[in-house]
Write a protein that binds this ligand. Structure first.
Ligand code: MRU
Length: 358
């Protein structure tokens, strides 16, 4: 299944498609310093929780590879500081912290198997781990897509929000992966795409991504969502997630909560599609999910053009949808339904291979 590639590890460095400039321009940057990778995450050259995780894994590998440390002890100390830099980029995305933990674990294992002496072997092992994180994304997304496709209607309209596509995961996407697999299976879907103010990930990225793949779409503004859900033509809604608490409360792009409320009011099934790495079972409920506040300019300006006077602005990047509004959470290990506490724990504890069917 074809899909755009937002990030790639190369010998020259980490190559990223600049999502800030889409759809007007397709521009790639090559980063050779881990601090540049961290800045690229913060400034949204790459975004979307799982893709942020891939970028962080590659950034940590780059940092370890570029390090001048001459001993494992020094390299270990430097790894801590590299990881600290990444942990300060996008606080809501669970996949970021998942990727950092995984890279730290890979370091400890590499040191153990290299007998604590071979620095070059440890550096290479870190690069391999980052590439492995990336490679796993496609299989994970495809498994999510297979589970989710069964929940999509045979034909008609479905709605998404923001961009939970290939650009956001470095695979085929989570929410858009579900739609891609459903379409490949022969379902005749048209996707309603809310533009997703303030940063317009729907209008700029999801519309572009679906158009590239020839999947029919209709772009709408965010304040049209209620109107379209009320007409009764939308068969299902599927969105991604930045962090899912143990009780199923889900943080996703600002505006997701109001879509879920309108879905309930109008009897439309509202689904969340996300990898297991987005689950944060250490957090009991959504109230404890940290919500990133972003710059006022994202609200007062569009593509550098001022559209509002210089006034006080609020810009929370995410909101939390209570679990009671979510019909199901689709993961690569299966579909969880309420009561979510038990169902999500069950999926996390399940040790089957990616995408295996019960
Ligand atoms: O601020 P962004 O663009 O990183 O927000 C992205 C989202 O909210 C996505 O829906 C979420 O990260 C899931 S991506 C598969």
């Amino acid at each position: 299944m074809h899909s755009v590639e937002p990030i790639r590890w190369t010998e020259a460095g980490v190559v990223m498609l600049d999502q800030r400039r889409l759809p007007a321009e397709v521009v790639y940057h090559t980063y050779t310093d881990y601090r540049e990778v961290a800045r690229a995450i913060k400034e949204m050259v790459i975004r979307g929780a799982p893709a942020i995780g891939v970028a962080a894994a590659m950034g940590v590998a780059l940092g370890v590879r570029q390090s001048k440390s001459g001993s494992i002890t020094d390299l270990g100390a430097e790894l801590e500081s590299i990881c600290e830099t990444f942990s300060k980029t996008r606080p809501t995305a669970a996949d970021l912290f998942w990727a950092i933990d995984r890279m730290k674990r890979a370091f400890r294992e590499a040191v153990r198997s290299a007998g604590g002496l071979d620095l070059a072997a440890v550096r290479e092992a870190m690069v391999r781990e980052a590439q492995q994180v990336h490679a796993e994304k496609r299989a994970i997304d495809e498994a999510i897509g297979r589970y989710g496709a069964e929940l999509m209607p045979q034909s008609g309209e479905v709605m998404t929000h923001c961009n939970a596509g290939a650009l956001a995961t470095a695979g085929i996407g989570t929410a858009l992966g579900v739609i891609r697999v459903a379409t490949a299976q022969g379902r005749k879907l048209r996707v309603l795409v809310p533009e997703t103010r303030p940063y317009l990930q729907g209008a700029r990225l999801t519309a572009w991504e679906l158009q590239q793949d020839g999947i029919p779409l209709t772009l709408i503004t965010d304040n049209m969502v209620g109107h379209f859900l009320k007409t009764g033509r939308v068969g299902a809604i599927v969105v991604g997630a930045d962090r899912i608490a143990a009780n199923g409360d889900t943080a996703n792009k600002i505006g997701t909560y109001q879509i879920a409320v309108l879905a309930k009011e109008n009897d439309v099934a509202f689904y969340v599609a996300a990898p297991i790495s987005t689950l944060d079972l250490t957090i009991a409920s959504g109230e404890r999910i940290p919500i990133e506040e972003r710059a006022a300019e994202e609200v007062t300006h569009i593509q550098g053009v001022r559209i509002a006077p210089d006034v006080d602005v609020a810009n929370p990047a995410f909101d939390v949808t209570p679990a009671r509004l979510i019909a199901a959470i689709i993961t690569e290990r299966g579909v969880a339904r309420a009561p979510y506490g038990e169902a999500l724990r069950g999926l996390v504890e399940r040790k089957k291979g990616v995408g295996s069917r019960e």
